[in-house]
Write a protein that binds this ligand. Structure first.
Ligand code: ARG
Length: 571
């Protein structure tokens, strides 16, 4: 348990002891919420503002502080002292060090709070015939990280790639392929060759508008299950996925299911039928929509004039399918905030259909990616493909390793871990809603608050632990009074908070909280490392510092894992 909670428990006990008849007193969690960190560290480690109790107790804050102070007698946890209306606490540092380090195991921070609950996560969800670019990094890595976080908290998780594999553009692509394409071209050119076909289609269709009908006809064939159309389309899909899987493998990202939009082709009838039965469908300019004017939103389009279903229809079908199949506790959609209206609309439709679990659907929105101040655009050449970015990052990592540690074993592998780590860390370093402006030099920066910096702190701990083991292990009893200095205490404070940070990151769908926390741990440990001799002559002090190093290594490694970074033992 972290120190704050222990002190909150002390305050609670003192409160009931000093004022046994009082009503409406805060509970331990509320007390912890009221506690502050004194502005001046010489005043103590924590402060409790007693004026928050003045109302229920009908007493002046200094009197309350006196009474509480008199009722607290637990020097093993902390010393209390009155300062006006505040009750200040000075932790028993030695005890805090012992308790914190005794609690830290390699799986420290994990819990069973999610036992028996399933979380579905819809992330990455790329579109067929498009190359994987930096605009896809956020959804892919936020989703991947959230999946690991929920796993760690005992939930069952289902990662779903809701592929964009349905739409008239695929009919056009097939049309173009049949007229001007060849198998070799697509096999060699991959997604780029498909895009080229699509571009060609539009150029030709300007001259010959009849092509549009041909494209539509091919799309209809896909939908009707025509053998030739499906064979070509499935092949396009396979080629796109081969590309994507290569990138996923580099990033360590996995899915439990690839269920794209087309997967729901035979699951639409139910949606339409239910909407009709519940009198929610109305006609509007020939189309079928759900009116949302009472909710101050434009209508949600369900069926086009020609009877074709839409993106929202497919999301409704997917939600029903997921609820039936996985019985989820929550279903998260990690999708850019531009789609905010789309999600609000169809979440509302589901609610109107009478499904109370509509409230368990969450749009986990994130900011937009731009490139050096301008929007991404393939046409204008402002586009960065993910494989290129990852390759360049790995190359740079390798160059640095060659320069700084040419004798490192397995350089190529470490360069992968570090280079890719830098990119992933950068993706998860700010609050997800913030827009990201991509600059090459920033993405390839390995100094300051970056993934490699944190990885390096971890490798430093590993190296120190190897040296300690060579020096005969830490057979001595740790002397925890050797960890009472400010630097060690700051590391301990951060380590003790780790579980709470993971929990909050899950609650707010915000992996960046973990990114920030492991960075702070790395910084605090580095400071400790520079100010203190770890392998000291005093065996007991040494053993305690080695134990702190080991705990730091474990927590950083876990934290990095949760945000999708590897932690090399040597760099
Ligand atoms: N493929 C879509 C896009 O690229 C994202 C799909 C997100 N998931 C969903 N269930 N709508 O915009």
């Amino acid at each position: 348990m972290e120190a704050k909670k222990r002190i909150a428990a002390l305050i609670k006990r003192a409160m009931h002891q000093a004022f046994p008849d009082a009503q409406d007193l805060p509970d331990a969690a509320q007390i912890a919420g009221l506690m502050e960190i004194p502005p001046d560290p010489t005043m103590g480690d924590y402060a409790f503002p007693c004026f928050r109790l003045a109302k229920p107790l009908r007493k002046a804050p200094p009197i309350i502080a006196q009474a509480l102070c008199a009722a607290i007698d637990e020097p093993r946890t902390a010393q209390a002292q009155v300062a006006g209306g505040y009750l200040n606490f000075r932790l028993n540092r030695e005890n805090f060090a012992r308790q914190t380090l005794e609690a830290i195991t390699p799986r420290y921070g994990a819990s069973e709070e999610g036992a028996g609950k399933t979380i579905c996560l819809d992330y990455s969800s790329i579109n067929i015939a498009k190359r994987f670019h930096i605009g896809h990094l956020s959804t892919t890595m936020i989703g991947h990280s959230l999946k690991r976080i929920y796993d760690f908290l005992g939930y069952r998780t289902v990662g779903i790639n809701h592929l964009g594999d349905w739409g008239t553009q695929f009919g056009k692509m097939i049309c173009a392929y049949r007229r001007w394409g060849s198998r070799e071209e697509v096999e060699q050119g991959g997604v780029d060759a498909m895009t080229a076909l699509y571009v060609r289609f539009h150029q030709e269709a300007e001259k010959d508008p009849a092509l549009e009908d041909e494209g539509r006809a091919w799309f209809k064939k896909i939908e009707e299950g025509d053998e030739e159309a499906l064979a070509i389309f499935n092949w396009f899909k396979e080629v796109t996925l081969q590309d994507a899987r290569r990138v996923y493998a580099k990033l360590g990202v996995e899915f439990d299911a690839y269920q794209g939009e087309s997967f729901y082709n035979d699951k639409m009838d139910r949606v339409i039928r239910e909407l009709r039965e519940k009198h929610l469908l109305v006609e509007s300019e020939g189309a079928q929509v759900v009116d949302l004017s009472e909710e101050n939103m434009p209508p949600c389009l369900i069926l086009k004039r020609d009877g074709a279903t839409l993106y929202a229809t497919r999301d409704l079908a997917a939600a029903l399918y997921r609820k039936d199949t996985y019985h989820f506790h929550k279903c998260l959609y990690v999708v850019a905030y531009q789609q905010d209206l789309h999600f609000r609309q169809w979440f509302k439709v589901l609610e109107k259909m009478g499904y109370p679990w509509a409230k368990d659907l969450v749009h986990v929105a994130f900011g937009m990616v731009s490139y050096e101040g301008q929007s991404l655009s393939t046409r204008k050449g402002r586009m960065i493909y993910l494989d290129e970015l990852l390759d360049r990052a790995v190359e740079k990592a390798l160059a640095i390793i060659e320069e700084k540690s040419p004798n490192l074993e397995d350089k190529q592998r470490v360069a992968q871990q570090v280079g890719i780590g830098a990119v992933v860390y950068a993706t998860l370093s700010n609050n997800r809603i913030k827009d990201i402006d991509f600059w090459w030099d920033r993405a390839l920066n390995f100094d300051g608050e970056t993934g490699p910096y944190v990885q390096y702190a971890h490798a430093r701990c590993c190296s120190l632990l190897r040296r300690a083991a060579e020096a005969g292990g830490n057979a001595a009893q740790p002397r925890f009074d050797a960890l009472c200095d400010d630097e060690a205490q700051e590391v301990l404070r951060l380590l003790s908070r780790f579980g709470e940070v993971v929990h909050e990151a899950a609650e707010r769908y915000e992996p960046s909280m973990i990114t920030r926390h492991v960075t702070q741990i790395a910084q605090a440990y580095n400071k400790f490392y520079y100010e203190h001799r770890i392998l000291d002559e005093d065996a007991g002090a040494s053993a305690a510092r080695v134990r702190l190093t080991e705990a730091t290594r474990d927590v950083i490694r876990t934290g990095l894992w949760l945000i999708g970074l590897e932690a090399p033992e040597r760099m």
